[in-house]
Ligand binder design. Structure first.
Ligand code: 1OR
Length: 287
């Protein structure tokens, strides 16, 4: 077929694997550092090994700029220990836009898009990083990443709750999303359960019901494409407040609790404010 993917040059036989010798102890430190990083998910055994083989340890001192905006992209970095601030200069004004701690990663943009570095990244403590060269990053990690970003890009742009985010913040959400499908009548969230996921509706509709103290189930306003649910239990650490059921075939994109907290931090206030409306809706149902 003439899909975009099959047009990508197949260099499979031409590359030389990068192997930086390392101790078992170093391997274990890498594994811990990438454990919760979505970019490393879904790798097969060989890809996982190749990535670890290619990584090189890099120690940086407090205040060192490991990446300079406008520079050439050579490495992608994963933070083992330490902290980093990210600055973007625009029209001569420099703004702090982000920060990273252990398990975080940065420097993928220039490698993915063959672009100059989009930001400056400065250590704010003595730190240990694992660096992955451009060729290995593109060969192994990029396919995963760009496929997901492309897949979710237009959808995420249209999700009302996410419009206030920067495009780059939506990219990071795309990296972390997992799709799931529920058939008609299937329960997605059960009232009273512990909440572990946040959901965005990619397509289809969902029914929302609430069982009152007397055991009677009340129908609440339903949900449609672009709507979200499941945030309440994550915001408040409370059991699920309602039942959510697929009405016809329902496709959702989900975010785990950790990713929810990390990626939706900038809009938590909006989510909380919106959730105040539920109280009104629920109160009306009980009247
Ligand atoms: P890079 O290869 O361009 C700098 O090198 C890295 O900083 C970049 O990849 C990202 O991994 C990371 N905009 C651009 N790059 C950012 C941003 C960012 N935050 C972290 N990086 N933001 C948009 C600012 C208008 C901040 C979004 C929260």
């Amino acid at each position: 077929s003439v899909s975009a993917e099959s047009m990508a040059p197949s260099l499979d036989k031409d590359y030389v694997k990068v192997i930086i010798p390392k101790t078992q102890e170093q391997r274990e430190r890498i594994e811990t550092s990438i454990e919760n990083n979505f970019l490393f998910k879904n790798l097969d055994e060989e890809q996982y090994k190749d990535v670890i083989d290619a990584m090189v340890e890099k120690r940086v001192l407090n205040q060192e700029a490991i990446i300079k905006q406008g520079g050439i992209g050579d490495f992608f970095y994963v933070v083992e220990t330490g902290t980093f601030d990210v600055y973007v200069s625009k029209n001569g004004v420099q703004d702090k836009v982000h920060n990273y701690g252990p398990g975080g990663s940065f420097g993928e943009l220039a490698l993915m898009y063959n672009a100059p570095r989009a930001a400056t990244v400065v250590a704010t403590s003595d730190s240990v990083l694992w660096a992955l060269d451009r060729v290995t990053f593109r060969r192994i990690l990029m396919e995963n990443t760009s496929r997901k970003r492309k897949m979710y890009e237009s959808f995420l742009e249209e999700v009302p709750i996410l419009v206030s985010l920067e495009p780059y913040e939506r990219h990071k959400i795309a990296d972390a999303l997992e799709s799931a499908i529920y058939e008609d009548g299937q329960l997605v969230i059960k009232q009273g359960d512990i909440g572990n996921n946040f959901f965005l509706i990619e397509s289809g509709d969902a029914r929302v019901t609430k069982i009152d103290e007397g055991g009677i189930e009340h129908e609440l306003p339903g949900l449609k494409k672009g709507d979200y649910f499941g945030e309440l239990a994550l915001l408040n650490n409370k059991p699920r407040a309602v039942n959510i059921t697929a009405k016809g075939r329902l496709k959702v994109a989900t975010l785990g609790k950790k990713a929810f907290v990390r990626l939706l931090g900038p809009i938590v206030d909006i989510l909380k404010r919106n959730s105040d409306n539920y109280e009104t809706i629920t109160r009306n149902v009980h009247q």
